[in-house]
Design a protein around this ligand. Structure first.
Ligand code: ZN
Length: 394
């Protein structure tokens, strides 16, 4: 069921007519194909086959290539035309070649080995064997790769026996065990065994951009963007910075300083606002206490709290009184937030733990706390909780 791979001889071929030899659950098999199957960190090809969307290309362990066609309306024996999503394929060829150049330079110039690589939809990542890579090295690498783009270095192939390939002592160990080892040679920069697809010349990488780094498995993973996507990403970041500058009414060069000041100011505003809320809650609670009935020297406050007051702040204020039985609810649509404070004598008038079920069942309330404060959330009418609280006070 093997398809003859045309993509190695003709990596730039975008269309091909082929015969359908099988239609299986895994996908459509053709007698020959230009579609590269997913593998070696490179995505499978997409496009159309007989006008139907080709969503992905995969292979199995026997190297049968499956074309995952959406709703195929052709049969075994039909001749169909493959049309590649060339933008997608070409970007992968650019990224893959850029990865060889970058890994070769990292190894030979900086003594940094490549542990694993991944070519994503928009980014290329190289996991290195290093715990730390200074920014200066990343920018030197970026410059060197872009220099190889300007110098337009040819990418060629050699086929070796296992023995002659092993004798070359390449930077990356050879994964295939058979003879006929395919080596990709990026001029004087890098030679490794590779079954992927590459551009024919480093000038086609177009642009190599260092986009950051992250830690993975204790190693630095470098992130790059390539070609048209790199240009798009750089422009997008520039627009974002410009918009931030406009937001802070600041020239871009002063933006970091102005934004840092704004963040510090906002933190101090937040802390001042918290204090204001606490003062306000205290004053409002005092008002509620002044108008509340008293039971055994304990004011009993039933309070439907406005939404601009914080229950947390009210709870804090409640603890500064000697004796207080407080039940406060705050309605927010179907939700009701509740607060119960049993301060001083109030704890002898109502035992929260014993009455928890009686109090909270009417609002399917959840939550709890420890004396003298209890807090939580429920659903329904907060007023029912206020009434139950009042009835339960001895
Ligand atoms: Zn390769």
């Amino acid at each position: 069921m093997h398809s003859k791979p045309i993509y190695y001889e003709e990596p730039y071929q975008r269309t091909l007519r082929a015969v359908v030899t099988a239609i299986t659950e895994k996908g459509v098999v053709l007698d020959k194909t230009i579609c590269y199957p997913e593998g070696g960190g490179q995505a499978g090809d997409r496009g159309t086959i007989a006008g139907k969307p080709l969503l992905d290309t995969i292979k199995d362990d026997e190297y049968t290539i499956y074309h995952q066609v959406q709703d195929p309306d052709f049969s075994v024996g039909n001749i169909v035309e493959i049309v590649l999503d060339w933008e997608h394929r070409y970007h992968y060829m650019q990224m893959h070649t850029a990865q060889h150049v970058a890994s070769g330079l990292l190894f030979h110039h900086f003594g940094v080995a490549t542990v694993s690589v991944h070519q994503g939809e928009r980014i290329l990542t190289i996991e290195t064997d290093q715990k730390e890579i200074p920014l200066s090295v990343c920018y030197d690498l970026e410059d060197l790769v872009n220099q190889s783009v300007r110098e337009a270095k040819p990418v060629s192939y050699e086929v070796h026996t296992q023995q002659s390939a092993q004798a070359l002592d390449l930077r990356r160990s050879i994964k295939v065990e058979s003879d006929g080892v395919r080596l990709v040679v990026v001029d004087d920069i890098d030679t490794v065994a590779c079954g992927g697809l590459h551009v024919a010349n480093t000038k086609e990488i177009d642009l190599f951009h260092y986009a950051g780094q992250e830690m993975i498995r204790g190693h630095v993973r470098l992130i790059f963007t390539i070609g048209a996507i790199a240009r798009e990403e750089i422009r997008r970041k520039e627009r974002n910075i410009e918009q931030l500058g406009a937001l802070f009414s600041s020239p871009v060069e002063d933006l970091l300083e102005i934004a840092t000041k704004a963040v510090t100011q906002s933190a101090s505003d937040k802390s001042a606002l918290k204090k204001c809320n606490e003062c306000l809650a205290f004053l409002e609670l005092e008002k509620q206490i002044a108008g509340a009935p008293v039971k055994v020297e304990t004011p009993v406050v039933l309070w439907e709290v406005e939404n601009d007051l914080s229950l947390k702040a009210i709870g804090k204020a409640a603890t500064s009184f000697e004796n207080l039985a407080l039940c406060a609810v705050q309605q927010s649509g179907e939700q009701v937030f509740w607060l119960i404070a049993l301060v001083g004598e109030a704890s002898t008038l109502l035992n929260f733990s014993k009455q928890r079920q009686n109090l909270l069942s009417s609002i399917a309330g959840k939550g709890g706390g420890k004396p003298p404060l209890y807090q939580g959330v429920g659903t329904g009418e907060g007023l029912i909780l206020l009434k139950t609280f009042k009835d339960l006070l001895v």
